[in-house]
Design a protein around this ligand. Sequence first.
Ligand code: ADP
Length: 483
Amino acid sequence: MESIARPAIYWRPSDVIGVARRGQSYLNLCYLLAAFPLGVAYFIVLVTGLSAGVGLAITLIGIPILAAMVVVWMGLGGFERQLTMWWLGAQIGPMAPPAAPGATLWRRAMSWLSNRVTWTSLLYLFAKFPFGLFTFVLITTLIALSAGLIAAPVPFVIQLVSDGSLSSGQMTLLAVSPLLTLAGLVLGLATLHICNGLAWAWTRFAQYALGMSDEAIRLAEAQRETQRARQVATRAQARAERAEQSRRELIVNASHELRTPIASIRGHVESLLMATEDAAADAPPPAELHGYLAIVARESERLSALVDDLLALARADAGELKLDVRAVEVDGVVREVYEALAPLARRERQVLLVREVPDGLPAALADRQRLTQVLLNLVRNAITYTPEGGIVSITASLPDPAHLDITVSDTGIGIPKEELDHVFERFYRTDASRARASGGFGLGLSIVRDLVRAMGGMVTAESVEGEGSRFHVVLRVATSEKD
Ligand code: ADP
């Protein structure tokens, strides 16, 4: 923080003659002489601009003029502050406190309006004109007077040299003229002292008008700190509320999803119990019993998958996803996923699974096992939502040198535009998939998103309904320093 010290120029009584040897005295003199033209220029610019802006304020043109004038006014204030610091060697506090991070335009405008320096800088710019005029007249008069006195003997000396003689009156004047020269020198010194005094007074005014006081700076800093603390607290509270909300939703949705398979298992087990109780009478044929058992087996599998998914989500929520992120060769992972699902796709759904990973692709930063899980999820979805005869492909590319894109595309039912944004939400299923009663519980993609994010990447989806979908997993390329 800049502190406001005393100005460098001040009047020292012991410095009566030394004032003429100090460079700062002449800088002060020049500053004061320049104050007049600068003051006139500021006055003309501000009076013209502000009166034009205020006069036209009811029309649309007035507003931009006023806005431009505010910029000019602040610019001139800043310029004067720098000029005074540089020329008079003064220290002046900042004109405004630094803007609070994330402050709205309205808040900034309010802070600008309530800042004392905003208004005192305008006063300063207007005061520069009368002050400049006064100092200009005073200093030029004093300089002219002292120069005239110093040069008093000159006309007599010139006449003496050219005519060879002087009248007795002139001789008397010539005799006293050294006294006049002395008086001129004294006046010259006095002029420099007056300049220093004026410069000192003007500097004090500039320090007040163009810079914030130490207390105001400290107060603004304290307010900013409070504001920041409040923002952090609000964000933390919002995060906590969101987490609580998502926990509540998870419990409600999970219980809802668990109900269907449990009801199905219960129903079929009860049928089996009844069938085996009165085995003698009209027991169902073994094929039917086997059908019941197959349903029970499938539903328990679904239940176990749901519990696995819920555990994965709970871990992600609790920040307990322990990943081993390192350089991973994407080609190997893609091959593994392809080999695991290609036969299943062909046999059970008559879907062709293809893969294409170009040679020489750099390694990606990922957790190998989780990346495999992500791709298995995406490819399984693609196969599930692609009708017979369709094609599902896994490809990899390098969209830019720092990122690697693994894309899973299909020629399936696609996802309607309005639902595309929601497919990564927990328990979200599109209408089409609900109607088909296929797939899982709408948790797969949200797990995919959590995992990819945890690996420092991102996952996006694009789709055309009825034509197919495309999921991109974008990961960072592993550079030699990173791994
Ligand atoms: P689910 O386990 O139900 O498949 P996901 O989270 O994996 O849950 O997917 C959410 C929903 O997104 C699915 O129910 C489905 O409606 C839609 N979806 C996901 N992948 C595809 C795809 N490749 N083609 C069409 N719809 C898809």
